[in-house]
Design a protein around this ligand. Sequence first.
Ligand code: NAP
Length: 335
Amino acid sequence: MTTLNTQCRLAARPIGLPKTTDWQIVREPLPEPGDGQIVVEVDYLSIDPAMRTWMNAGRSYVPPVQIGEVMRAFGVGHVIDSRDGGFAAGDVVSGPFGVQRYAVTSGAAVTSVDPALAPAPVHLGALGISGLTAYFGLLDIGKPAPGQTVLVSGAAGSVGSIVGQIARIKGARAIGIAGGEEKCRWLVEEVGFDAAIDYRTADLRAELKTHAPDGIDVFFDNVGGAALEAGLNRLARGARVVLCGAVSQYNAAPRGPANYMQLLVARATMTGFVIFDYAERYPEGVAQLAEWLRTGELRAQEDIVHGEVGDFPETLLELFNGRNLGKLILALKPH
Ligand code: NAP
């Protein structure tokens, strides 16, 4: 019997927030796997702000998704057919499967997932790219010392909530910036941040003065724009700014910080990084993050939307209106 696959393809390059017409949902027969290939039924799709940047033409750290191509996405799924001796039907795997129900892919392109370590969605969040980004970005670039102050923007999101927790594990103070009272309360009362500032209502500059009287030693920026400028204004001498992302700029023409000279004033560094460059060290990061989850020092938070491949366009928008708490995942309904 022929299996029908459902795919979400890029139909047009968006201007501003992606619209329904920027996507095409296609149903077509699934091809047979060749030698060395496996067929994966995708169970969970990672929904990432970076997806918006992958839709743009132009120079970036990965090639743009082409018009007509299946949207790039990481996922977790299970093998249903294998022509690769290293995998058997039923194995749980993660990889860049794309926004589709089934992926026919090279066995070499996927990673085995140990379901005993944590439930499958956690392998896209705290034990996936988000956790690794927080771990290597904060520890390798931010290098917080005990007693220092770490500021995190996008703090109630997938990466940000883990950054603050690792800062605390390392003996630093964690201050978060997030949208809304509820998220800020969650960060302080449940996640363990020392303070959280609601950027939608607060005077960021005044609040940072209150919560970081001696300045910010590490600023892990996920947001850019106004949050970046407010953080730069409060840097301590020798501060490290970790440029992780700029979600506030992804649907607009990006604007740089007008006050970048604050880097000079503070003798600070600002370093961009891309997590894929740490691929060889992923096992080290996963082992440490898994250990912190096991001991309860780290809390994983997933925000799971249940739906179909066709629900992807709508789900992606949740990241830009801030509806998610922790790692946003689209769980594809079982057949
Ligand atoms: P996330 O934080 O879970 O979700 C995005 C959050 O951004 C939303 O919940 C929303 O929270 C906030 N946001 C959206 N639009 C905003 C705006 N206009 N102004 C201020 N805040 C806004 O996403 P994530 O997966 O953890 O990613 C966080 C950042 O890390 C992104 O910039 C992403 O591109 C980056 N990243 C970088 C790497 C790397 O290798 N460098 C790897 C992974 C992720 P509020 O409700 O608080 O506004």
